[in-house]
Design a protein around this ligand. Structure first.
Ligand code: PTJ
Length: 262
């Protein structure tokens, strides 16, 4: 176990990294999951490591869409289980109609069981996709496996940290796709009906809060909230935020550097 001093300025980030590395060694997280995490962290730096107003609006719209959906499903992979099992359980506690399905890119029966076990320990009772029973069109080999009771018949799927092919196949199957991905340029963010460009755990806590606040609201109000944002606009506002932030930082940085005298 890596020891990280609590006083380290990047304590949380290092803690999460060490935890993911440990879970990779145990087999829960795929080796590729560590690279995915690094990419996410890089974008989070660029976005300022906080939920932007456009991400906040996307999360509220996502809650409204989930509440309006007939069969909403939340997809969980190795990274999501490692980073946010309790947050996923909290979502379901707030809105029990949201079903949870294990959906792995690098699928093995053992990894599927491991992910399910982590979710169970976090408090979830019903977990789909452990032994998938159907295939999603357009995805070759193991990547197309889904649960006939879950993603196959879902009208809305939340896909955090997802690969672009999957997101495209889900859209092609007529489902509403909500992504959570820090990279506004990823194929997943570009494909999703509603891209949430935010860090997973931050986004899920806000989503749980919104589900609680909005449940019981009239459908008309939910429809208005759901259509208040457009995917393309959300992505371009995130990119604009990065551009402005880099410009500001580029102006500030030279002043922060020590001069020739140190
Ligand atoms: O567990 P498996 O086998 O299903 O595999 C999971 C990974 C993540 C390896 C697989 O889905 C994959 O390869 O994903 P990608 O294509 O690397 O996409 C992951 C996306 O998530 C990237 O665009 C990252 O920027 C983003 N990301 C990583 N960590 C976070 C994140 N977005 C939000 N919050 C994070 N913590």
């Amino acid at each position: 176990m890596t020891v990280i001093p609590r006083t380290h300025p990047r304590y949380r980030s290092l803690r999460v990294r060490a935890d993911l590395a440990e879970k990779m060694r145990e087999g829960l997280v795929a080796p590729e999951g560590l690279m995915a995490h690094g990419r996410g962290e890089a974008f989070d730096y660029l976005l300022g490591e906080r939920t932007s107003p456009e991400a906040r609006a996307a999360i509220r719209a996502a809650a409204a869409r989930i509440l309006l959906a007939r069969r909403p499903v939340f997809s969980v992979n190795g990274n999501v289980a490692a980073l946010a099992a309790r947050d996923v359980a909290r979502l379901v506690a707030r809105y029990p109609r949201l079903r949870v399905e294990v959906n792995l890119f690098h699928r093995t029966p053992q990894r599927a069981r491991d992910v399910a076990q982590v979710l169970q320990r976090a408090g979830l009772r019903e977990i789909l996709g452990i032994r998938p029973t159907a295939r999603l069109r357009g995805l070759p080999s193991d990547r197309g496996w889904v649960d006939a009771r879950g993603i196959l018949r879902a009208d809305l799927v939340v896909v955090p940290l997802e690969d672009g092919d999957r997101a495209e196949a889900l859209r092609a199957a007529g489902k509403c796709v909500i992504s959570i991905d820090l990279n506004p340029l990823s194929r997943t963010s570009r494909t999703a009906d509603l891209p949430i460009v935010d860090e997973l755990t931050r986004a899920l806590r806000l989503l749980a809060r919104d589900l609680k606040e909005l449940s019981g609201e009239p459908k008309e109000r939910l429809r208005a909230l759901a259509s208040a944002v457009q995917g393309e606009d959300l992505r371009s506002r995130s990119l604009e935020r990065i551009r402005k932030r880099l410009r500001t930082l580029a102006r500030e940085e030279p002043r922060a550097r020590p001069g020739p005298a140190g």
